[in-house]
Write a protein that binds this ligand. Structure first.
Ligand code: AMP
Length: 223
């Protein structure tokens, strides 16, 4: 199974992706994390990606698609995987189908108002080492500024600063939002309300996934 998490920056895709990974063992594949890793390694590809990321724009499709291709065909993704931040436009969605089209797929949009998104993005801190995500308004780490999981000092992403947030939301509306209509037509689009607490949102995603999995088992049995 492939689970695609859709929604604007700050809606909770990363956090919910981690919870899905824990529950079902499907690795979370975050193109943002993969890109940040490449940038940190200062590879030529990382240097190219960095400028686009710093300004809130999208990185070149070919670069991101190649990263996804490399990741989703690893052994640990065989049973399934969760995509966080990919696809970001219709062309990437089509590419994904070309790459791995036979898999059952469910697309879950996590919906949140723009006001809430901005608040969340400004309060987000991440662990540069283990990639854990925190919201310093909602759940302060046990030791201020430090990761609960691995103890590293938390940082604010460069692109979570106010000036860049606006641009990222604009890019989302222009390029990513059309995917809602695209997946609605394919009839595998679902939507959950992202405004509750982490556990409440996850409960809704879990119920939805259980229903999807039961249905796909039934279909297989009928074959
Ligand atoms: P994210 O962590 O998903 O918010 O992504 C951070 C940044 O990485 C985005 O603002 C883009 O610059 C870049 N990025 C992540 N995923 C993609 C993608 N699928 N296509 C193009 N750029 C991406």
């Amino acid at each position: 199974m492939r689970i695609v998490l859709l929604g604007p920056p700050g809606c909770g895709k990363g956090t919910q992706g981690e919870l899905i990974e824990k529950k079902y063992g499907f690795p979370k594949v975050s193109t943002g994390d993969l890109l940040r890793q490449t940038v940190a390694e200062e590879t030529p590809l990382g240097k190219r990606a960095e400028t686009q990321m710093r300004h809130g724009g999208l990185v070149n499709d070919e670069i991101v698609e190649e990263m996804v291709r490399e990741r989703i065909f690893k052994e640990d993704c065989r049973q399934g995987y969760v995509l966080d931040g990919f696809p970001r436009n219709i062309s990437q969605a089509q590419k994904l189908e070309e790459m791995d089209g036979n898999r059952s797929e469910v697309v879950i949009e996590i919906h949140l108002t723009e006001e809430n998104l901005i608040k969340r993005l400004e309060a987000r801190r991440i662990c540069p080492r283990c990639k854990s995500i925190y919201n310093v308004r909602a759940q302060n780490p046990k030791r201020e500024g430090m990761c609960n999981v691995c103890g590293a000092r938390l940082i604010q992403r460069e692109d979570d600063k106010k000036e860049v947030i606006k641009e990222r939301l604009k890019v989302y509306h222009q390029q990513t939002e059309p995917l809602v209509g695209y997946y609605q037509k394919k009839k595998n689009y679902r939507r959950v309300n992202g405004s509750g607490g982490i556990e409440t949102v996850f409960r809704n995603i879990y119920l939805l996934l259980e229903a999807e999995m039961a249905e796909s088992k039934e279909k297989e049995a009928r074959r």
